[in-house]
Design a protein around this ligand. Structure first.
Ligand code: C2E
Ligand code: MG
Ligand code: MG
Ligand code: MG
Length: 283
Protein backbone atom coordinates (compact mmCIF):
# COMPACT_ATOMS: atom_id res chain seq x y z
CA UNK A 1 0.00 0.00 0.00
CA UNK A 2 2.88 2.29 0.85
CA UNK A 3 4.24 1.74 -2.61
CA UNK A 4 0.90 2.67 -4.21
CA UNK A 5 0.70 5.81 -2.15
CA UNK A 6 4.12 6.85 -3.35
CA UNK A 7 3.09 6.21 -6.90
CA UNK A 8 -0.09 8.26 -6.45
CA UNK A 9 1.84 11.12 -5.03
CA UNK A 10 4.18 11.00 -7.98
CA UNK A 11 1.25 11.03 -10.39
CA UNK A 12 -0.25 14.06 -8.64
CA UNK A 13 3.12 15.77 -8.91
CA UNK A 14 3.42 14.81 -12.55
CA UNK A 15 -0.09 16.10 -13.31
CA UNK A 16 0.66 19.39 -11.66
CA UNK A 17 3.83 19.83 -13.69
CA UNK A 18 1.88 18.95 -16.78
CA UNK A 19 -0.75 21.57 -15.96
CA UNK A 20 1.91 24.20 -15.35
CA UNK A 21 3.55 23.42 -18.65
CA UNK A 22 0.24 23.62 -20.51
CA UNK A 23 -0.64 26.88 -18.80
CA UNK A 24 2.74 28.31 -19.77
CA UNK A 25 2.36 27.25 -23.38
CA UNK A 26 -1.13 28.71 -23.33
CA UNK A 27 0.07 32.00 -21.83
CA UNK A 28 2.85 32.18 -24.39
CA UNK A 29 0.38 31.74 -27.24
CA UNK A 30 -1.91 34.43 -25.86
CA UNK A 31 0.96 36.84 -25.20
CA UNK A 32 2.09 36.35 -28.78
CA UNK A 33 -1.27 37.76 -29.94
CA UNK A 34 -1.50 40.46 -27.29
CA UNK A 35 0.13 43.30 -29.24
CA UNK A 36 -1.84 42.66 -32.41
CA UNK A 37 -5.10 42.39 -30.49
CA UNK A 38 -4.52 45.68 -28.68
CA UNK A 39 -4.34 44.09 -25.23
CA UNK A 40 -1.31 46.02 -23.96
CA UNK A 41 -1.89 49.09 -21.82
CA UNK A 42 0.37 52.06 -21.24
CA UNK A 43 0.45 53.07 -17.58
CA UNK A 44 2.24 56.20 -16.43
CA UNK A 45 3.74 56.90 -13.03
CA UNK A 46 4.70 60.47 -12.15
CA UNK A 47 8.34 61.36 -11.53
CA UNK A 48 8.09 64.32 -9.18
CA UNK A 49 10.43 67.26 -8.80
CA UNK A 50 11.51 68.08 -5.23
CA UNK A 51 10.79 69.83 -2.99
CA UNK A 52 7.39 70.70 -4.47
CA UNK A 53 6.44 67.09 -5.30
CA UNK A 54 4.70 68.04 -8.54
CA UNK A 55 4.92 65.80 -11.58
CA UNK A 56 7.90 66.69 -13.72
CA UNK A 57 8.06 63.64 -15.97
CA UNK A 58 6.57 60.16 -16.10
CA UNK A 59 7.68 56.55 -16.42
CA UNK A 60 5.88 54.30 -18.89
CA UNK A 61 5.01 50.90 -17.38
CA UNK A 62 3.35 48.13 -19.36
CA UNK A 63 0.25 46.20 -18.33
CA UNK A 64 -1.44 43.35 -20.19
CA UNK A 65 -5.21 43.16 -20.27
CA UNK A 66 -5.33 39.38 -20.63
CA UNK A 67 -8.87 38.37 -21.67
CA UNK A 68 -8.54 35.21 -19.59
CA UNK A 69 -6.84 36.40 -16.41
CA UNK A 70 -7.55 40.12 -16.32
CA UNK A 71 -5.02 42.91 -15.88
CA UNK A 72 -1.51 41.48 -15.59
CA UNK A 73 1.46 43.20 -13.91
CA UNK A 74 4.82 43.11 -15.73
CA UNK A 75 6.23 40.60 -13.23
CA UNK A 76 3.83 37.96 -14.53
CA UNK A 77 4.70 38.21 -18.23
CA UNK A 78 7.91 40.21 -18.82
CA UNK A 79 10.17 37.26 -17.89
CA UNK A 80 8.36 35.04 -20.41
CA UNK A 81 8.49 37.84 -22.99
CA UNK A 82 12.22 38.16 -22.44
CA UNK A 83 12.83 34.41 -22.77
CA UNK A 84 10.89 34.18 -26.01
CA UNK A 85 12.05 37.42 -27.58
CA UNK A 86 8.53 38.86 -27.58
CA UNK A 87 9.86 41.68 -25.41
CA UNK A 88 11.18 43.37 -28.56
CA UNK A 89 7.70 43.78 -29.97
CA UNK A 90 6.22 44.76 -26.60
CA UNK A 91 8.83 47.43 -25.95
CA UNK A 92 8.54 48.75 -29.47
CA UNK A 93 4.81 49.20 -28.91
CA UNK A 94 5.39 50.86 -25.52
CA UNK A 95 8.02 53.20 -26.94
CA UNK A 96 5.73 54.37 -29.72
CA UNK A 97 2.67 54.63 -27.46
CA UNK A 98 4.54 56.56 -24.75
CA UNK A 99 5.91 59.03 -27.33
CA UNK A 100 2.50 59.43 -28.93
CA UNK A 101 0.59 60.00 -25.70
CA UNK A 102 3.06 62.45 -24.20
CA UNK A 103 3.37 64.42 -27.41
CA UNK A 104 -0.42 64.64 -27.59
CA UNK A 105 -0.56 65.81 -23.97
CA UNK A 106 2.11 68.44 -24.64
CA UNK A 107 0.01 69.68 -27.57
CA UNK A 108 -3.29 69.74 -25.70
CA UNK A 109 -2.20 71.08 -22.36
CA UNK A 110 1.45 72.15 -22.11
CA UNK A 111 1.36 73.42 -18.49
CA UNK A 112 0.37 70.00 -17.06
CA UNK A 113 2.26 67.81 -19.54
CA UNK A 114 5.22 65.67 -18.44
CA UNK A 115 8.50 67.25 -19.57
CA UNK A 116 9.83 63.77 -20.31
CA UNK A 117 8.73 60.18 -20.55
CA UNK A 118 10.92 57.30 -19.45
CA UNK A 119 10.63 53.98 -21.29
CA UNK A 120 12.08 50.65 -20.06
CA UNK A 121 14.19 48.56 -22.42
CA UNK A 122 15.26 44.95 -21.87
CA UNK A 123 18.70 43.54 -22.54
CA UNK A 124 17.79 42.23 -26.00
CA UNK A 125 17.50 45.78 -27.35
CA UNK A 126 21.15 46.59 -26.95
CA UNK A 127 21.91 43.73 -29.29
CA UNK A 128 19.63 45.05 -32.02
CA UNK A 129 21.59 46.68 -34.80
CA UNK A 130 18.69 48.99 -35.62
CA UNK A 131 17.81 50.18 -32.10
CA UNK A 132 18.78 53.79 -32.81
CA UNK A 133 16.84 53.71 -36.06
CA UNK A 134 13.76 52.32 -34.27
CA UNK A 135 13.91 55.06 -31.66
CA UNK A 136 14.44 57.72 -34.26
CA UNK A 137 11.47 56.45 -36.29
CA UNK A 138 9.24 56.45 -33.19
CA UNK A 139 10.24 60.06 -32.47
CA UNK A 140 9.77 61.17 -36.06
CA UNK A 141 6.38 59.51 -36.44
CA UNK A 142 4.98 60.81 -33.18
CA UNK A 143 6.65 64.21 -33.24
CA UNK A 144 8.01 63.93 -29.69
CA UNK A 145 11.21 65.89 -29.15
CA UNK A 146 14.19 63.58 -28.51
CA UNK A 147 14.98 65.66 -25.42
CA UNK A 148 11.70 64.48 -23.91
CA UNK A 149 12.59 60.79 -24.13
CA UNK A 150 14.54 58.81 -21.54
CA UNK A 151 15.49 55.16 -22.08
CA UNK A 152 15.89 53.09 -18.91
CA UNK A 153 18.28 50.15 -18.75
CA UNK A 154 19.28 48.24 -15.65
CA UNK A 155 22.78 48.24 -14.34
CA UNK A 156 23.26 44.53 -15.05
CA UNK A 157 22.28 45.03 -18.69
CA UNK A 158 24.58 48.01 -19.10
CA UNK A 159 27.55 46.16 -17.70
CA UNK A 160 27.32 43.15 -19.98
CA UNK A 161 29.69 44.41 -22.60
CA UNK A 162 30.93 47.89 -21.84
CA UNK A 163 32.40 48.55 -25.29
CA UNK A 164 29.29 47.55 -27.26
CA UNK A 165 26.98 49.21 -24.76
CA UNK A 166 28.90 52.48 -24.80
CA UNK A 167 28.86 52.84 -28.57
CA UNK A 168 25.16 51.94 -28.74
CA UNK A 169 24.32 54.48 -26.05
CA UNK A 170 26.44 57.17 -27.71
CA UNK A 171 24.45 56.68 -30.92
CA UNK A 172 21.22 57.15 -28.98
CA UNK A 173 22.48 60.19 -27.15
CA UNK A 174 23.47 61.78 -30.44
CA UNK A 175 19.74 61.75 -31.26
CA UNK A 176 19.23 63.85 -28.13
CA UNK A 177 17.67 61.01 -26.13
CA UNK A 178 18.68 60.54 -22.47
CA UNK A 179 19.80 57.29 -20.86
CA UNK A 180 18.93 56.20 -17.32
CA UNK A 181 20.43 53.48 -15.14
CA UNK A 182 17.44 51.75 -13.57
CA UNK A 183 17.49 49.94 -10.20
CA UNK A 184 20.89 51.46 -9.40
CA UNK A 185 22.67 49.66 -6.58
CA UNK A 186 21.14 46.21 -7.09
CA UNK A 187 23.55 44.85 -9.67
CA UNK A 188 27.22 44.26 -9.09
CA UNK A 189 27.84 47.94 -9.47
CA UNK A 190 31.31 49.12 -10.04
CA UNK A 191 32.41 52.71 -10.21
CA UNK A 192 34.29 51.86 -13.38
CA UNK A 193 31.19 51.58 -15.45
CA UNK A 194 29.88 54.94 -14.22
CA UNK A 195 33.07 56.36 -15.69
CA UNK A 196 32.89 54.41 -18.97
CA UNK A 197 29.22 54.22 -19.84
CA UNK A 198 27.58 57.42 -21.02
CA UNK A 199 24.40 57.98 -18.98
CA UNK A 200 22.32 60.97 -17.91
CA UNK A 201 20.05 59.73 -15.14
CA UNK A 202 20.62 57.52 -12.13
CA UNK A 203 17.60 55.87 -10.51
CA UNK A 204 18.30 54.69 -6.97
CA UNK A 205 16.61 51.35 -6.41
CA UNK A 206 13.59 51.14 -4.15
CA UNK A 207 15.40 48.75 -1.80
CA UNK A 208 17.58 51.67 -0.63
CA UNK A 209 14.55 53.86 0.08
CA UNK A 210 12.57 51.24 2.01
CA UNK A 211 13.91 51.35 5.56
CA UNK A 212 15.61 54.72 5.04
CA UNK A 213 13.86 56.22 8.07
CA UNK A 214 15.67 55.34 11.28
CA UNK A 215 18.69 53.82 9.53
CA UNK A 216 21.58 56.28 9.71
CA UNK A 217 23.96 54.11 7.75
CA UNK A 218 21.54 53.74 4.89
CA UNK A 219 20.89 57.48 4.93
CA UNK A 220 24.63 58.16 4.62
CA UNK A 221 24.80 55.73 1.72
CA UNK A 222 21.87 57.23 -0.18
CA UNK A 223 23.11 60.73 0.51
CA UNK A 224 26.54 59.80 -0.86
CA UNK A 225 24.98 58.32 -4.02
CA UNK A 226 22.95 61.50 -4.55
CA UNK A 227 26.11 63.62 -4.21
CA UNK A 228 28.09 61.30 -6.48
CA UNK A 229 25.39 61.47 -9.15
CA UNK A 230 25.27 65.25 -8.99
CA UNK A 231 29.06 65.50 -9.09
CA UNK A 232 29.02 63.45 -12.29
CA UNK A 233 26.39 65.78 -13.71
CA UNK A 234 23.61 63.20 -13.57
CA UNK A 235 19.97 63.63 -12.70
CA UNK A 236 19.25 61.47 -9.64
CA UNK A 237 15.80 59.94 -9.07
CA UNK A 238 14.84 58.08 -5.87
CA UNK A 239 12.52 55.15 -6.65
CA UNK A 240 9.82 53.65 -4.44
CA UNK A 241 9.05 56.57 -2.12
CA UNK A 242 6.11 55.38 -0.04
CA UNK A 243 5.79 57.98 2.73
CA UNK A 244 6.34 61.59 3.67
CA UNK A 245 9.23 60.90 6.03
CA UNK A 246 11.25 59.26 3.26
CA UNK A 247 10.46 62.21 1.01
CA UNK A 248 11.59 64.70 3.66
CA UNK A 249 14.89 62.89 4.15
CA UNK A 250 15.53 62.76 0.40
CA UNK A 251 14.72 66.45 0.08
CA UNK A 252 17.17 67.30 2.88
CA UNK A 253 19.82 65.20 1.11
CA UNK A 254 19.38 67.41 -1.94
CA UNK A 255 17.74 64.78 -4.11
CA UNK A 256 15.80 66.61 -6.79
CA UNK A 257 13.55 63.89 -8.20
CA UNK A 258 11.47 61.11 -6.70
CA UNK A 259 9.01 58.47 -7.79
CA UNK A 260 6.78 56.23 -5.68
CA UNK A 261 3.30 55.42 -4.44
CA UNK A 262 3.41 58.40 -2.07
CA UNK A 263 3.73 60.74 -5.05
CA UNK A 264 1.51 58.80 -7.46
CA UNK A 265 0.84 55.21 -8.45
CA UNK A 266 1.11 54.01 -12.03
CA UNK A 267 -2.23 54.55 -13.75
CA UNK A 268 -3.60 54.57 -17.29
CA UNK A 269 -2.32 57.58 -19.20
CA UNK A 270 -5.89 58.77 -19.78
CA UNK A 271 -6.89 58.89 -16.09
CA UNK A 272 -3.63 60.62 -15.12
CA UNK A 273 -4.29 63.19 -17.82
CA UNK A 274 -7.87 63.74 -16.66
CA UNK A 275 -6.85 64.08 -13.03
CA UNK A 276 -4.08 66.58 -13.62
CA UNK A 277 -6.06 68.65 -16.05
CA UNK A 278 -9.09 68.74 -13.79
CA UNK A 279 -6.79 70.11 -11.07
CA UNK A 280 -5.75 72.91 -13.32
CA UNK A 281 -9.26 73.79 -14.45
CA UNK A 282 -10.77 73.74 -10.94
CA UNK A 283 -9.81 76.97 -9.15
P1 C2E B 1 11.04 49.47 -12.83
O1 C2E B 1 11.35 50.00 -14.19
O2 C2E B 1 12.08 49.66 -11.79
O3 C2E B 1 9.69 50.21 -12.44
C1 C2E B 1 9.33 50.55 -11.13
C2 C2E B 1 8.42 49.52 -10.53
O4 C2E B 1 8.21 49.83 -9.15
C3 C2E B 1 7.03 49.49 -11.14
O5 C2E B 1 6.54 48.17 -11.03
C4 C2E B 1 6.25 50.40 -10.20
O6 C2E B 1 4.86 50.15 -10.22
C5 C2E B 1 6.85 50.01 -8.89
N1 C2E B 1 6.74 51.08 -7.90
C6 C2E B 1 6.73 52.41 -8.09
N2 C2E B 1 6.64 53.08 -6.95
C7 C2E B 1 6.58 52.16 -5.98
C8 C2E B 1 6.46 52.23 -4.55
O7 C2E B 1 6.38 53.31 -3.94
N3 C2E B 1 6.43 51.05 -3.87
C9 C2E B 1 6.50 49.84 -4.50
N4 C2E B 1 6.45 48.75 -3.76
N5 C2E B 1 6.61 49.73 -5.84
C10 C2E B 1 6.65 50.88 -6.57
P2 C2E B 1 5.84 47.42 -12.25
O8 C2E B 1 5.01 48.37 -13.04
O9 C2E B 1 5.20 46.21 -11.70
O10 C2E B 1 7.07 47.03 -13.16
C11 C2E B 1 8.06 46.15 -12.69
C12 C2E B 1 9.25 46.11 -13.61
O11 C2E B 1 8.89 45.53 -14.87
C13 C2E B 1 9.82 47.48 -13.94
O12 C2E B 1 10.65 47.91 -12.89
C14 C2E B 1 10.57 47.17 -15.22
O13 C2E B 1 11.81 46.59 -14.93
C15 C2E B 1 9.68 46.12 -15.86
N6 C2E B 1 8.83 46.78 -16.87
C16 C2E B 1 7.69 47.47 -16.72
N7 C2E B 1 7.22 47.91 -17.91
C17 C2E B 1 8.12 47.51 -18.84
C18 C2E B 1 8.21 47.66 -20.28
O14 C2E B 1 7.39 48.30 -20.95
N8 C2E B 1 9.29 47.08 -20.89
C19 C2E B 1 10.24 46.39 -20.18
N9 C2E B 1 11.27 45.87 -20.87
N10 C2E B 1 10.18 46.23 -18.85
C20 C2E B 1 9.14 46.78 -18.19
MG1 MG C 1 3.97 46.30 -9.77
MG1 MG D 1 12.15 51.59 -14.91
MG1 MG E 1 13.55 50.61 -11.10
Amino acid sequence: AAKDEGKNRFMIFENRMHEQLLSRIDQEARLREAVGRGELRLYLQPVAGLPDGRMHGAEALVRWQDPQRGLQQPGSFIPLAEETGMIIEIDRWMLREACRVVRQWQDLNPPTAPAFVSVNLSAAHLELADLTEQVSIALAETGLSPHCLVLELTETVLMRDVAVTSSRLEELRRLGVKIAIDDFGTGYSSLGYLRDIPVDVLKIDRSFITGLVGNGRQQELVSAVVQLGHTLGLRVVAEGVEDGDQLTLLTVMGCKFAQGYFLGRPEPAATLYERLNAQVLTP
